[in-house]
Design a protein. Structure first.
Length: 450
């Protein structure tokens, strides 16, 4: 059997895409391997979101060129493929910089991989066409064994692309316009996953809460309606979704957090900054107070919800006062977790042209202050769990023998000592201790948990 090694960078959508490419190639007789050394086909599934992410690809490609040469000296051919957002953004430029690359394939062309690989045998190939091809309709469904090997939690992309054009962001250019998969297609995929043993699905989209897919009644359904339908799929116990935009957080979706027990009390809702001036310059189309009011509504529907966000420090023109506004927003909302980034100018985005770029040293200092604050809140959130009893879905072996690891509804990692429970069980766990990255607890009988 031929072997393929797939390495995904960037967001969860790339993880999902990597799996779907493995499925396409599996149907072509490729088996996945965890190391590049024994792979006949090496596929880098790349990310373009920040300069460092894009830069990593070229470093990696340099190493892979050497591997390819070493294998060739042994009489073995290696095909080198670059997929993902760098492929989309840079296209043929990638092969100019690294001639060892055989094929460059953008995120909307993965269903064409077999044909493109055949072409790439004769000459170098680039395919970065954006839809309207129905990629999802043409990707083969994963086999039950492949699903199980990936675990009992699964990603399902339901929406792709973005029409928001935040001034700093490459995604609208690398993933194209917003597109939602039809409900029937999503339901069929989730049913297949559930039949293979998946219990926990995370619905993915660059703007997942802008989902507006064709419903089973021919009308357009929003994300809330889709989740109501997926909650009916036997075996699906937990539903999450990411990433959402504040402007698309409608009342139906907020109500789903109150009404659907399968919808987990966790919401990743990036705000990016706290200053209205910066939010406007970022083209976010919401203010800090609008975000606060939205959070109030979400908490009214689901008081225990764990909130998460993304932040950018040092957007062009960000003053000390603007940055203080970000800290103030963080203090007001108190996130259970957050990702923090230094602004990185990206070619082709409006913000990269601004002349008011912030000094690197200032960015560093702001990043540290923001990280310290969100870390404090994260620890507080985790410590507040001690003494509480929550349902944990056991997903994998723990760090030490006799331990199993799983997640709380709030997406926290938990380790329990147990000889009697199995992966795939949902058990009630009393949290006894909060470590820096994991909670520790003990299983208790469900009757005693209430
Ligand atoms: N679609 C999602 C996430 C997009 S990328 C959303 O709208 O929230 C994930 C995160 O990367 C963004 O939320 C943002 O915080 C960060 N990011 C995007 N472009 C960036 C840039 N040029 N520099 C630094 N961080 C960036
Ligand atoms: Fe990028 Fe903004 Fe779209 Fe998110 S909403 S993907 S940050 S342009
Ligand atoms: Fe990166 Fe593309 Fe995702 S740029 S964050 S891999 S959408």
């Amino acid at each position: 059997m031929k072997k393929v090694h797939i390495k995904s960078y960037g967001c969860q959508m790339n993880v999902y895409d990597g799996q779907r490419m493995a499925d396409v190639l599996g149907a072509e007789g490729f088996e996945e391997t965890a190391t590049p050394d024994d792979a006949d086909l090496i596929l880098l599934n790349t990310c373009h979101i920040r300069e460092r992410a894009a830069h990593k690809v070229y470093t990696e490609l340099g190493k892979l060129r050497e591997l390819k040469q070493a294998r060739k000296a042994d009489g073995r051919e290696t095909t080198l493929v670059v997929a993902g957002c760098v492929a989309q953004a840079e296209g043929a430029e990638i092969q100019r910089r690294q001639p060892a690359v055989d094929l460059v394939v953008g995120p909307q062309a993965y269903h064409r991989l077999p044909a493109l690989l055949a072409e790439a045998r004769a000459s170098r190939v680039v395919d970065t066409d954006l839809p309207p091809d129905d990629k999802f309709g043409h990707l083969p469904a994963p086999k039950p064994a492949a699903i199980l090997a990936r675990g009992i939690s699964a990603f399902v992309t339901v929406q792709e692309g973005c029409d928001k054009f935040c001034a700093f962001c490459v995604v609208p250019y690398t993933r194209g316009a917003e597109f939602s998969r039809p409900v029937a297609q999503v339901v069929a995929e989730v049913e297949r996953l559930a039949e293979a043993g998946v219990q926990d699905v995370t619905l993915l989209g660059q703007n997942v809460n802008a989902y507006h897919g064709e419903g089973q009644d021919g009308r357009i359904w929003g994300l809330a309606r889709l989740m109501h339908r997926l909650a009916e799929v036997p075996g699906i116990a937990r539903i999450r979704y990411t990433t959402s935009h504040p402007r698309d957080m409608d009342d139906d979706l907020i109500a789903a957090h109150r009404d659907l027990p399968q919808v987990m009390p966790f919401l990743h809702l990036p705000v990016q900054a706290g200053s209205d001036r910066i939010l406007a310059a970022m083209n976010r189309k919401h203010t800090g107070d609008e975000y606060r009011r939205l959070i109030d509504k979400v908490r009214a529907a689901r008081p225990d919800i764990a909130l998460s966000s993304d932040f950018i420090v040092g957007f062009p023109g960000e003053s000390d006062h603007d940055f203080e506004e970000t800290l103030r927003l963080v203090e007001d909302v108190r996130f259970a977790s957050a990702y923090t980034f230094k602004y990185s100018p990206r070619p082709g985005t409006p913000a990269a042209e601004l002349e008011t770029q912030v000094e690197p040293a200032v960015m560093d200092e702001r990043l540290q202050r923001l990280q310290a604050l969100v870390e404090r809140h994260r620890q507080e959130f985790n410590h507040a769990m001690v003494g509480r009893t929550v349902e944990v879905l056991l997903e994998r072996a723990g760090r030490h023998p006799g331990q199993l690891a799983g997640k709380t509804p709030y997406l926290q990692a938990v380790q329990i000592e147990t000889a009697t429970h199995r992966i795939g069980e949902r058990v009630m766990v009393t949290i006894e201790r909060a470590g820096s990255n994991s909670l520790f607890g003990r299983a208790v009988p469900r009757e005693l948990a209430a």
